[in-house]
Design a protein. Sequence first.
Length: 97
Amino acid sequence: MPEVANYHQELSNRILLIVEKLIKGNSLYQTKLNQQEMIKMLIELFGQLSPEEMRAITEHELTRRIDKVLVLEAVSGTLNDLTPEQIKMYDEAVKRK
């Protein structure tokens, strides 16, 4: 059991450092995301991998994957924040493409 606890701490530490760095460097993330919620969600997500699989992911690759998840989380619901006029403009722009 101590090995499981140690791995969970290792996973948490890796994710925590990356999320802190990414959020600190991105004003969109700072505005739209709750850092603690993102860390918790990412620990659950990456915790589904085996320790061997997780350890095989380089820091660069893990950062890239976490960044993609944060982008998705930050922009999801963006359309809900638009006014009716902005939604109409958006719909018209999409139709032109």
